[in-house]
Design a binder for this molecule. Structure first.
Ligand code: SF4
Ligand code: SF4
Length: 153
């Protein structure tokens, strides 16, 4: 479900522009309000929805499973630390979900360029960046030669 912006709610703060991994949230030069310039390229990650302080961004369901008459409303309540999703189907059925907002402070997550470049040795291993520390384990599990033979028989 790609996103769209209610321009009358948007104040042009640009948080959605900064956070969008697909770089499709732009500020309209004339109106100084955000818009999703290419919904087809939306990752549907909803980072923009969660980041918008004005609750100005909603998701538009695809017409095959959410035909005309549906709505998806998102309410971000920072003081309560929650984000609520209200889905309304064409037949009037409603589904409501409440989740906690992640409490990591804005700008506190390091970007890949803030880490040291991997060594040549590290490039030869199967570990991904920051593994195994990022998984909170000492080492990735490894299959012994015997176990591999067992699996093949
Ligand atoms: Fe960008 Fe994700 Fe929002 Fe789509 S849902 S516009 S990809 S931040
Ligand atoms: Fe507008 Fe919300 Fe984007 Fe800020 S985060 S520019 S208020 S849509």
């Amino acid at each position: 479900m790609p996103t769209f912006v209610y321009m009358t709610r948007c104040d042009g703060c640009g948080h959605c522009v900064d956070i969008c991994p697909s770089d499709i949230m732009h500020i309209d030069k004339t109106y100084r309000r955000a818009l999703n310039i290419e919904p087809n390229m939306c990752w549907e990650c909803y980072s923009c929805v969660k980041a918008c302080p004005q609750n100005a961004i909603d998701a538009r369901g695809y017409s095959d499973f959410a035909p005309l008459g549906h709505s998806v409303r998102v309410l971000r309540e920072e003081e309560k630390g929650t984000i609520s999703w209200k889905l309304k189907f064409r037949n009037g059925t409603e589904k409501n979900f409440v989740s906690p907002i992640r409490t990591t402070p804005w700008d506190s997550i390091k970007s890949p360029s803030d880490y040291d470049a991997p060594s040549q040795e590290a490039l030869k291993t199967q570990e991904l960046a920051h593994e195994p520390e990022a998984l909170n384990i000492e080492a990735l599990p490894v299959l012994s030669v015997d176990k591999r033979k067992e699996g093949a028989s």
